[in-house]
Design a protein. Structure first.
Length: 308
């Protein structure tokens, strides 16, 4: 491989490179250098093999609850090795700064961080793969993860309330990797010809699926939902997942008959296109047109990566 200013390099090819290489990114990690190549190739418009549709409730106690009943446990990757990390960091503090033992210890800490990140990625990929494989339409709650994980302490002008509670939640939110999970679902669905719809997150955990009565009192505990109006009782995460599914799909599901790719041939803005229901993929600035067709043309790339 030839890189400008560096010259010709040898690298370990971890997979076949398909298509025309468009650009190469070189990155440094604790254990070495990595190259990843972005390629371009023509692919036929994918048609999702499944006709399933599912709502997902993302939570702290259960990482992902699907409206069809499947549930995925949280990884807690960070907490599992947190003690190991803390010990390594204490050892670092006892060493003389910039000494060779200090450097060695720092490398050890970086390795622990890398391990955590890789475990988390692996787990998220397994879940997102499984869901994407079986469901043509996935409805997720449009959580503003970046808002949720913003500092709980606030600033001088706007001091935060319930700082302790919120920073505990922040830790859990960041640990879960919800936004990375969303990203994976979206590109995997685009590859397969499926769809991710982001539904507004209003009252999904408080509304009764049976009589539609909405109150905070419906959810007295973390785990149990019990409607104060009609008495309907069910697992609270399942209620949220079905509400999310309903929010994302109810209006458009009659339009959709298994073949998403055939949905919006016309591509006219304002027409009842399923992509405009979720509007997860922002329309191009200044341009109209169907987001669905944009999504398909944007997904002609494929990634390859290899270690040097
Ligand atoms: Zn009810």
């Amino acid at each position: 491989m030839y890189l400008p200013k560096i010259g010709t390099l040898r690298f370990r090819k971890s997979r076949e490179i398909e298509g025309k290489v468009k650009n190469i990114t070189v990155s440094r990690q604790v254990d070495g250098w990595y190259v990843s190549m972005q390629t371009e190739q023509e692919v036929p418009t994918p048609v999702h093999p499944s006709s399933g549709m599912v709502g997902i409730d993302l939570g702290v106690a259960i990482f992902a609850q699907l409206s069809n009943g499947a549930a995925y446990k949280p990884l807690h990757s960070f907490r599992r090795v947190e003690q190991k990390l803390a010990r390594a960091q204490r050892q670092l503090a006892r060493k003389v700064k910039f000494s060779s033992n200090w450097r060695k210890q720092q490398k050890r800490i970086a390795r622990i961080h890398q391990k955590i990140a890789r475990c988390r990625h692996d787990y998220l990929h397994k879940i997102s793969h499984e869901i994407s494989e079986n469901q043509a339409v996935i409805v997720v709650e449009d959580l503003q993860v970046s808002n949720m994980s913003r500092s709980a302490r606030g600033d001088a002008d706007h001091p935060g309330s319930q700082v302790k509670v919120k920073s505990g939640l922040n830790k859990a939110v960041l640990d879960q990797g919800w936004s990375e999970f969303r990203r994976q679902l979206e590109y995997k669905q685009a590859w397969r010809g499926g769809l991710v719809i982001a539904a507004p997150p209003h009252y999904t955990s408080q509304q009764c699926p049976q009589c539609r009565y909405t109150t905070r009192d419906n959810r007295r505990s973390q785990a149990i939902f019990k409607c104060v109006a009609c008495g309907y009782a069910r697992n609270a995460d399942m209620v949220a997942a079905s509400n999310i599914l309903a929010a994302g799909g109810a209006r458009r599901v009659s339009l959709w008959r298994g073949r998403l790719a055939e949905l919006c041939e016309a591509g006219t803005p304002g027409s009842s296109c399923i992509m405009q229901a979720g509007a997860r993929y922002p329309p191009p600035s200044g341009g109209g047109g169907c987001q669905w067709s944009i999504l398909n043309t944007a997904m002609s790339g494929s990634g390859s990566s290899a270690g040097i």
